[in-house]
Design a protein around this ligand. Sequence first.
Ligand code: HEC
Length: 230
Amino acid sequence: MDLKTNTIAGWVLGACGAALGLAIAGGMIFHGERPEKMGYAIEGVEEAGAGGAPEVAIASLLPTADAAKGAEVFKKCAACHTINQGGANGIGPNLYHTLGEPIGQGKGGFAFTDALKAVGGNWDFEKMDAWLRSPRKFAPGTKMTFAGLANAEDRANLLVYLNAQGSNLPLPAAPAAAAAGGDAAPEAVQNVTDDVRGETGAVANTGTPASGAPSVDPQAAIEGEKSPVK
Ligand code: HEC
């Protein structure tokens, strides 16, 4: 009898252990999934924020930008760049007449990285603005080890200064660019809305109001009709 009881007790204990093990394993799986989901949602928002950050459209700042102030900002570039006509290449290429020119080409045979050469196209105000805001983002792998100018007014001032050094391109039309900039923020908001809808949409749509809610309780409606305002 004792032996049998012990055996039964052993099985029960064993079953408990197995159940606990399953519970722990289940918990691990559950916890393994959850952060992945949440992390993804947050990442999406960050991406939208970084890509189309609520930035001022550069074109709207250019008409009032000040080349003299831009010359001051250029001091940050002068460690690596000359900008006078026929100036020497240094750590970076001479920048005379760069706006309007092909990106990462020419400049007396300066050894541009493939990262920058691969961008293609010509330097216009938008591209130059993106480049100066974050060289690393504009051309990942570039050897221009410059963090970037976070301040949009600094960039606008610098752009008109650069433009005055041999390029003299017409300024881009402000209204169109302003509209493009205005899209950025709503886009980010849209992403957030989509994410939230994905998470809670099903719950919201299948939810039925409590039967006691006045609006759906048939008894309440009957009572309401029976007893007019006293
Ligand atoms: C630490 C050195 C350094 C600083 C500071 C620096 N640059 Fe550069 N710049 C470079 C290098 C190196 C390259 C070549 C990049 C490549 O080939 O990937 C470059 C390339 C460029 C180009 C591309 C030229 C072309 O013909 O395509 C422009 C434009 C430019 N820099 C502007 C600036 C401006 C404006 C500043 C200041 C806000 C600045 N740089 C600050 C090193 C620097």
